[in-house]
Design a protein. Structure first.
Length: 136
C-alpha cells in the first residue's frame, strides 16, 4: 500500500453511508446523521484501491430529515437545498475548480456517473473501515 503526498477533500454522501448498514438509522435519521458526523472528525487518512490518502478537508452533505444534524469542529456540514446528489455533484465540481481532489464516499451509481472526471470515489465500506468497529 502506498501513501500519497497530497490531501483529498473527503465529500461524504451521509444518507448513502447511513443507508449502507441496517442498524435502525431509519427510526432516527437526525440522530444517526449526527453520530456519523461526529465520527468523521477522526478521519485523517482513507485508503482506496491500495492507495492511502491524507484527508485535508471533510465535507458532509445531509438532506431530508437529517438536515438539522450538526457536525463537530473539522467537519463542514452542507445542507442540501434540493436533492443530496445534485448538491454533492455541485460541491465536487467546486472542489475541482479550486484545484482540489474530491474523494466522494457513496455507493450510488447514478451519482458516481455525474461526478467530474477528476473525482475519486469510494464506497461506504472504505469510510466505515476507517471509523472502526465502534463506529457511530
Amino acid at each position: 500500500m502506498s501513501e500519497n503526498d497530497y490531501g483529498v477533500v473527503l465529500l461524504v454522501d451521509v444518507a448513502n453511508v447511513m443507508g449502507s448498514r441496517p442498524d435502525g438509522w431509519w427510526r432516527d435519521r437526525l440522530g444517526a446523521a449526527t453520530r456519523l458526523l461526529g465520527g468523521l472528525a477522526t478521519v485523517t487518512k482513507i485508503s482506496l484501491s491500495g492507495e492511502t490518502f491524507s484527508v485535508a478537508r471533510i465535507l458532509a452533505v445531509v438532506e431530508g430529515k437529517a438536515k438539522g444534524a450538526a457536525g463537530p469542529e473539522g467537519v463542514e456540514v452542507i445542507r442540501a437545498t434540493a436533492d443530496g446528489d445534485s448538491t454533492i455533484v455541485a460541491v465536487a465540481h467546486e472542489v475541482v475548480a479550486a484545484g482540489g481532489v474530491p474523494l466522494v464516499v457513496t455507493a450510488d451509481r447514478g451519482l458516481r456517473a455525474r461526478l467530474p472526471a477528476a473525482a475519486l470515489v469510494a464506497g461506504p465500506r472504505a469510510l466505515l473501515d476507517v471509523l472502526g468497529p465502534n463506529r457511530p
